[in-house]
Design a protein around this ligand. Structure first.
Ligand SMILES: Nc1ncnc2c1ncn2[C@@H]1O[C@H](COP(=O)(O)OP(=O)(O)OP(=O)(O)O)[C@@H](O)[C@H]1O
Length: 531
């Protein structure tokens, strides 16, 4: 490949007269160009025809399939001219990458990030509906239109794209375990694709969006992006290690819950699963509204409210993660209750890491003292029916609830972490029916009439899918606190635990308030009295 600095670009290519250079990519350059017959201005992507990585040729395959979509550039012409391969597309404005470099604050303002989220997810929804994966989501490939389309974000650069719907059979491409070369970008390509060499599918485009959004809200950017493009294999290995081991709760610390939930959601998606685009567009619209911004996805630059309202904060060192250890103790307590040989609760590791894509390495190591091994769901049908709670179980459960509440109260943030939700899950299972695997309490927010991952009753009186306002949360916790004191059976208590978890899960910050502690105290008391 010729040294790009020495390439002499022509003045005319086909019907186009080249003007200033707009940018240069991995395998070509982009010029502002004028159609000499129509005077129309376009962006001309130019590449030598012998380019070893002929991305123009690849891109040409995808533009026809994508024409007509909002935020997809129109292809005005393409072909070869002499020794040049060209694509003429809509002339656009600044990329998010250039805005990122130009901004004066350490992170983006939340309103802009919510607009980016809504628009980029919507672009993916369109592209995926046309059978195309982008596979190179990054700030440089999200570009603003020119007036009057300057509040629309366009997706560009389909050089790495791929049809995930086989054009002949109309079926989803198959998964494969064959080793494969990495295609994508170092910063935002999903962990699965980048670090584990898996075949990209829709979920990976979505994960890249999640990482890009978190990056925009992180001072200095996601930590694996800070040393620039890796120049050696060792540097690349290190980058992959950092990316692979970064836990969602750590990189999203300090951010409103939807960012962490979105990342986890993307990582839970199956290879051929269709992401719920509408849900996440709504989620980011609501988030903007909750913070007092319009939910309208129009991207306004410069931002009307440039001051950042949220930013990711550095994760504390592992030693400082007291909450995990202490809540782990409560979980161990639940796991080690004297329940005879009855199968109960859940495998501890599963509970703690249930919603992580991969258990963090430190969690995979055996803990001491070794917990009693218990099973998530009993295979042994005969064991069912022997699970009625005994009075002494209730008294012990009540004690554990007090312990849990105490640990929570001692936390400065009083935020219910995933370990805390794991305690609630275990408690619910034990109360409802220890042999049954109940739906996790901390989970995706239910939406519309679609499948809900939260038990039906979890949304009772709260309007499923609505975010809990501070007042709504207080009222509901207060009511739950009263109900729990009057519950007559363990099943009723189990139900109230689910409702409690759902209220906390839907609230901003997931903190346990005074009323929340009131509920826990009531629960402990009721268990002891039922015991
Ligand atoms: N239609 C356009 N209008 C205006 N500027 C554009 C347009 N397309 C691309 N650019 C600018 O050129 C840069 C590179 O574009 P693009 O990513 O399409 O090229 P590439 O050669 O495929 O790059 P890369 O190797 O970085 O993927 C963009 O970040 C953007 O700043």
């Amino acid at each position: 490949m010729a040294d790009r600095r020495q390439i002499k670009y022509p003045r005319i290519v086909g019907n186009y007269e080249l003007h200033q250079k707009l940018g240069a990519g991995y395998s070509g350059a982009i010029f502002c160009a004028r159609n000499i017959h129509t005077n129309q201005w376009v962006a001309l992507k130019l590449q030598p025809i012998d380019e070893p990585c002929p991305t123009n040729r690849y891109e040409r395959n995808f533009y026809p399939a994508l024409q007509g979509g909002v935020g997809i550039p129109t292809l005005w012409g393409s072909g070869t001219y002499g020794c040049w391969d060209y694509l003429a597309i809509d002339l656009l404005g600044a990329s998010l990458d250039s805005l990122h470099r130009s901004k004066k604050t350490d992170v983006w303002d939340l309103r802009s990030v919510c607009c980016v989220a809504q628009q980029v997810i919507s672009r993916l929804e369109f592209m995926h509906a046309r059978g195309v994966l982008h596979r190179d989501i990054q700030l440089g490939n999200c570009v603003l239109g020119l007036p009057p389309n300057n509040t629309t974000i366009y997706m560009i650069d389909f050089g790495f794209s791929k049809f995930y719907i086989d054009q002949r059979t109309r079926r989803h491409i198959p998964d494969s375990k064959e080793p494969r070369d990495f295609i994508g970008n170092y910063w935002f390509s999903s962990v699965r694709v980048h670090c584990r060499g898996q075949v990209p599918s829709r979920r990976d485009d979505m994960e890249a969006v999640a990482l890009m959004l978190i990056h925009m809200l992180t001072p200095g950017g996601l930590h694996w992006t800070r040393n620039g493009v890796p120049k050696t294999d060792e540097a690349h290995d290190r980058l992959m290690y950092e990316k692979r081991t970064a836990r969602p709760e750590d990189i999203c610390r300090g951010l409103p819950p939807p960012f962490e939930e979105f990342l986890r959601y993307c990582r839970r998606l199956g290879f051929t699963e269709r992401p719920d685009y509408e849900r996440w567009i709504d989620e980011f619209k609501e988030l903007a509204e909750e913070h007092g911004f319009p939910g309208d996805p129009a991207f306004v630059w410069p931002p009307p409210n440039p001051e950042p309202t949220v930013r990711a904060t550095a994760a504390p060192k592992p030693a400082a993660r007291l909450d995990s250890g202490e809540l782990q103790g409560v979980l161990n307590g639940l796991a080690n209750m004297q329940l005879g040989d009855r199968p109960a609760l859940a495998v501890r590791d599963n509970l703690v890491n249930r919603d992580a894509n991969t258990p963090p390495e430190d969690m995979q190591k055996p803990q001491k003292p070794a917990p009693k091994v218990i099973h998530l769901v009993s295979d042994d049908e005969s064991a069912r029916g022997e699970n009625a709670n005994r009075p002494e179980d209730n008294a012990a459960l009540g004690k554990l609830v007090r312990q849990f509440s105490q640990v929570m109260e001692e936390q400065k943030s009083r935020m219910l972490t995933k370990e805390g939700f794991a305690v609630l899950d275990a408690l619910h299972k034990q109360l409802a029916d220890p042999s049954v695997c109940a739906a996790p309490i901390r989970t995706a927010k239910p939406r519309g009439s679609g499948a809900s991952e939260v038990p039906e009753s979890a949304g009772q009186g709260g309007g499923t899918g609505e975010r809990e306002t501070r007042w709504g949360k207080m009222n509901k916790l207060f009511r739950l606190g009263q109900d729990v004191r009057q519950a007559r059976t363990n099943e009723q208590l189990a139900q109230l635990v689910v409702e409690f978890g759902a209220v906390i899960n839907r609230s901003n910050g997931r903190t346990v308030t005074k009323d929340g502690f009131g509920f826990l105290a009531g629960l402990a008391g009721r268990l002891e009295s039922l015991g």
